[in-house]
Design a protein around this ligand. Structure first.
Ligand code: 5RP
Length: 227
C-alpha cells in the first residue's frame, strides 16, 4: 500500500470511530490536510446522521461543501463532541507538531472547542521526540523579523515559508533545530512572543485518541491516563 492508500484507510477508520458521536444535532470538527481530506470523503456518506461540520480551513470547508456537507462557523455552535485531524509528528504522549498545511491556528481553535481529539496519522509521523519536522509558527507579517530573532534566541533556525499566506492573512516561519524536550513549556513560551499568532505545538490540547497504521491495518490507541 502506498502512503495515500494508508491515509485513505485512516480517513475511513476515523469516520467509523466517530460513529457513536453522530447525532442529528451534533457538529463535528474537521481538520486539514491530505489525511483529513480522506476523512471528509468518508464523512460524505454519513452526512444525514449529523447536523454539520466546523472546518479548520477554507480548503476543508470547500471540500466538505463539495460533498454537500453543511459547514457552519464555530461561533454558531455551543459544543463540538469530536475533532478529527492529521499531524506532522506525534509523540508517545500524543503531543503533536501540526501546521504543515499552514492551517495551525484554526486547527488549534477548533480542536480546543472539542471534547475529543482524534488524530489520524500514518506511521511516518510517529516520533519519540518532536522536532525533526520544522515547527510552523504563524506570525503577523510586520513582526516577522522580530519574532525570528526571538526564535533564534530559543535555539531555533527560522525559515520564512515562501509564497504562503494563511487563511488569516499571515505568514509562516518554519523553525528548524529546536530541542523540544518539553513541548507544553515551549508551546507556552513561543506563544508569549509578541507577533506570534499560534505555534504548531499541540501539547496543551493534544490528541486523546490516535489512529495509526501498522502492517497495513489501522490500530486505535487511547492516550494513557498517566501521560
Ligand atoms: C495542516 C496540518 C496537517 O494535519 C498536517 O500537515 C498533516 O498533513 P497530511 O495529512 O497531509 O500529512 O497540520 O496544517
Amino acid at each position: 500500500m502506498n502512503q495515500d492508500e494508508i491515509k485513505r484507510l485512516l480517513g475511513i477508520a476515523a469516520a467509523d470511530y466517530i460513529d457513536p458521536w453522530l447525532q442529528v444535532d451534533a457538529y463535528i470538527g474537521v481538520g486539514t490536510g491530505s489525511t483529513a481530506n480522506h476523512f471528509i470523503d468518508a464523512l460524505a456518506a454519513m452526512q444525514h446522521r449529523f447536523a454539520g461540520a466546523v472546518a479548520s480551513s477554507v480548503a476543508s470547508a470547500d471540500r466538505l461543501k463539495s460533498h454537500g456537507i453543511r459547514v457552519v462557523e464555530l461561533n454558531e455552535v455551543s459544543s463540538l463532541a469530536v475533532y478529527v485531524d492529521g499531524a506532522d509528528e506525534i509523540n508517545p504522549a500524543f503531543s503533536m507538531i501540526k501546521g504543515g498545511g499552514a492551517a495551525l491556528t484554526r486547527e488549534k481553535i477548533v480542536a480546543s472547542a472539542a471534547d475529543q481529539f482524534v488524530c489520524i496519522a500514518d506511521r511516518s509521523k510517529w516520533v519519540e521526540q518532536l522536532g525533526t519536522f520544522p515547527l510552523p509558527i504563524e506570525v503577523i507579517p510586520m513582526a516577522r523579523s522580530l519574532v525570528a530573532r526571538k526564535l533564534v534566541g530559543l535555539g531555533g533556525t527560522p525559515v520564512l515559508r515562501e509564497n504562503t499566506r494563511t487563511d488569516n492573512g499571515n505568514e509562516i516561519l518554519d523553525v528548524h533545530d529546536l530541542n523540544i524536550t518539553d513541548p507544553a513549556h515551549l508551546e507556552s513560551q513561543i506563544n508569549q512572543i509578541a507577533g506570534v499568532v499560534t505555534n504548531g505545538l499541540f501539547a496543551a490540547r493534544r490528541a486523546d485518541v490516535l489512529l495509526m497504521d501498522l502492517d497495513g491495518e489501522v490500530h486505535t490507541q487511547q492516550r494513557r491516563a498517566s501521560d
